[in-house]
Design a protein around this ligand. Sequence first.
Ligand SMILES: NC(=O)C1=CN([C@@H]2O[C@H](COP(=O)(O)OP(=O)(O)OC[C@H]3O[C@@H](n4cnc5c(N)ncnc54)[C@H](O)[C@@H]3O)[C@@H](O)[C@H]2O)C=CC1
Ligand SMILES: O=C(O)CCC(=O)C(=O)O
Length: 388
Amino acid sequence: MFQIRTLNNISARGLERLPRDQYEVASEINRPDAVLVRSANMHEMEIPETVKAIGRAGAGVNNIPVDTMSQRGVPVFNAPGANANAVKELVIAAMLMGARNLTQAWEYTRNLQESGESLTKAVEDGKKQFAGFELPGRTLGVVGLGAIGRAIADAALALGMRVIGYDPGITVEGAWQLSAEVERAPNVDALFAKSEFVTFHVPLVDATRHILNAERVKTLPKGAVVLNFARHGIVDDHAVMEALDSGHLGAYLCDFPSETNRHHPKVVALPHLGASTGEAEDNSAMMVADEVRDYLEDGNVRNSVNFPETVMERVEGAYRVAVVNSNVPNILGQVSTDFADAGLNIIDMINKSRGDLAYTLVDVDQPVPESALDAIRETPGVLSVRIL
Ligand SMILES: NC(=O)C1=CN([C@@H]2O[C@H](COP(=O)(O)OP(=O)(O)OC[C@H]3O[C@@H](n4cnc5c(N)ncnc54)[C@H](O)[C@@H]3O)[C@@H](O)[C@H]2O)C=CC1
Ligand SMILES: O=C(O)CCC(=O)C(=O)O
């Protein structure tokens, strides 16, 4: 029986992918084989030695100690694209809120004390304060053209906007999916210089922390609207507040309220709502539950942020061994020797590496004796060995 610990509310449709005759799933499990998580911060948590996989039911993994897990030979999975539509819709809503001053206008009418004719007059007199502008012809800069950035670029083009994008790490697959109408910025500064709206869809890593800082905020056109539905640390809150106060920026709409931003009259700070739709929660949980199950049962790796993509069909009747090791020479040779010494014949094998890690699946023709597994475990550089 596999034991799965959940750290957040994971959608029931995702958990249904883990059959109850094989999986026990609960938030109170002491020796879990895997952990399913959304936004819970795992950096300060003690992660039990029994954990073989972590599944993030979402995109961002900055709440997970990925490097430590890599050193322990534990894959971290996520659900790329599963919540992209939900974030896209919220960002488009935010863009319209910013362009038409919707929250301020709504606040105005809610606070009116008048009634009857006086109410009508107050409405008509007050509306000029909230006059906005339309989107066609305006330029949107999209920083990060992954699943969410691309979806937003398409939606903005459909609304008649001009779209400029910047993504130094765009994949070939990602580039194929990007509309040819998206103009390519050579760097983030060139993008900022032209963007009346700028939206961020990058992971929070050292290179993206405060990518919009005090210096760069000045390079945005006057009145620009900043949208941050990626992570709190992507934008320097203080720099943005100063630019709002000076009138240089028109509005800041984000998913990350802080003491600094949430009371500012030109800020709309939502409670991390980007992926909070039933559809996104189901999609993310189902995708990541399938990935974790495939890893626990068959050793396959799909959509991991630290392990190489490794998928090998199972041969009927074969016995499978999964080995995680540091990416150093000769470990594969040693594993093959250990199998040969145990009189095992290798039927199929796949070996992949990513950064400092290497991962091998080996199918053999007979049950693997514990002595052969121990011999592999003792090889310097081997991080984990599982029989599946
Ligand atoms: N508000 C919310 O609820 C949600 C927030 N997010 C956040 O949005 C981020 C992006 O999500 P996805 O688009 O699904 O991820 P993704 O992995 O599909 O795309 C991220 C893109 O950012 C690019 N990138 C990385 N460093 C960059 C840099 N320095 N400059 C420009 N581009 C850079 C990558 O090459 C990649 O194409 C996540 O990492 C997460 O932090 C994601 C889902 C929901
Ligand atoms: O699970 C959530 O609600 C947060 C989603 C998110 O931030 C992500 O997928 O990166």
